[in-house]
Design a protein around this ligand. Sequence first.
Ligand SMILES: NC(=O)c1ccc[n+]([C@@H]2O[C@H](COP(=O)([O-])OP(=O)(O)OC[C@H]3O[C@@H](n4cnc5c(N)ncnc54)[C@H](O)[C@@H]3O)[C@@H](O)[C@H]2O)c1
Length: 459
Amino acid sequence: MSLRQFISARKFLRSFYSVTDTVVLRWKEFAALFGLHDDVFFDPRHQKLTSPVKAVLIGGGHRGSIYASYASKFPSELKIVGIADSNPERRKKIALAHGISEKYCFSDWKQVFKSEKIADAIIIATPDHLHTEPCLEALDAGYDILLEKPIAPTEKECRQILTKANETNRIVGVCHVLRYSPYFRELKEVIDAGLIGDIISVHHMEPIEHIHMSHSYVRGKWRNSKMATPIILAKSCHDTDIIRWLVNSPVHDVHCFGNLRWFTNANAPQGSTERCTDGCKVEGSCAYSALQIYYRDHKRLYVFDLPEDKSKWDEQILHELKTTDYGRCVYRMDNDQPDHLTVNMLFENGVTAAFSMEAHVSYEGRRTRIMGSKGDIVGDMETFTLTDFKTRKQTTWSLKTDAHGGGDFGLVRDWVQAVAQKDQSLLSSSVDVSVESHLVAFGAERSRLNRSIEDIRMK
Ligand SMILES: NC(=O)c1ccc[n+]([C@@H]2O[C@H](COP(=O)([O-])OP(=O)(O)OC[C@H]3O[C@@H](n4cnc5c(N)ncnc54)[C@H](O)[C@@H]3O)[C@@H](O)[C@H]2O)c1
């Protein structure tokens, strides 16, 4: 089954059609019209595997368990044979789900490398500051890697990983999942097929959605750039990567403005308290009420490790709101991540790109405008419209996916193939290009802090 068939079967895609003048075309008819391949995920180099790739998962939290679930859905392609997680509950859950013997359940990533080599590969989905060491050790121990983004919190560490990957000649797949969303796949096909001519410039927006912002970058693990990584890296390295991928040229110069405008102590309303559960006088009217988000709406609960028995949830959620950062007032945190920023990029081929990350929006996804010599594209992650300047014909794609655009499993599938076939080129991105897009993020952050224009070069 192709990935497109797989995605359709699981209803990630609600519909996919195109309109040319008044004619409505199906996906395949559309592809035929423009001479494109009718399956953007089809790769003739993919092979049926004789045995699954064996992997140890380091970090069985939110992201790690998503990647591991690929093994449950496609046991002939991937088998999780070990788990390292410092959280015993998560360790147990993953071990149970994948039938991992006690011997290969580790409470710290370091123990994985004290054991004999039990797998072909390691999946690293630990917090940002715990990527470099396990990655370098795993490369030295002869494992291929699937590495969560950001590669590492500093430019120096990113370069260290790149050097080690090249020295050891191992596969390092970086989780740029957006490259595997049908939306960006299709955009890339359309651009590469020359349907809008040469790219002249790009506008790209990343709407974070205000509750998502409050959850991850005001209350959550990435709220402080020094404790985690700057938001341009933590959140927007997907975007620096996707823009570079579409433009298909290295970035030369980058410039950034941005600041934390709203989620500050100065904006704490009168009557607000340290926690939403402390009898806050404005809790009922606050858009960021933790009681509303987690307790009443049951949103974003994956951070709490709730029990299977749902009747116990409310009690535990209340406890979490009284004891963890997720119950604290958004105006009384130690956050420093900007809630809006704009980045300008100049590419080697002369293309310019304007990127903006926005927290104060009611929607998420991505918004894209690509200006070409023969036409332009306007898109919103579910739909994009291509206008041909000469004929004035407009063609529209429309599709519906999950928050990552259905990309997580596409990424794992390519990585499994790359590891099984020992061929890095089966991945959408090489580690060199991934590091390059991280350098853009580091450069943007330096520019924001120093009010400078930064020169981005790999060497
Ligand atoms: N690709 C994406 O779109 C995307 C999205 C969100 C997060 N991420 C990245 O994925 C990574 C994981 O994020 P998450 O949201 O899954 O976090 P998480 O906290 O849910 O998971 C991290 C896991 O690592 C475990 N851990 C911590 N220290 C450890 C140690 N010493 N040894 C072994 N395990 C240890 C934790 O117990 C936890 O279960 C981060 O780097 C994050 O930035 C990527």
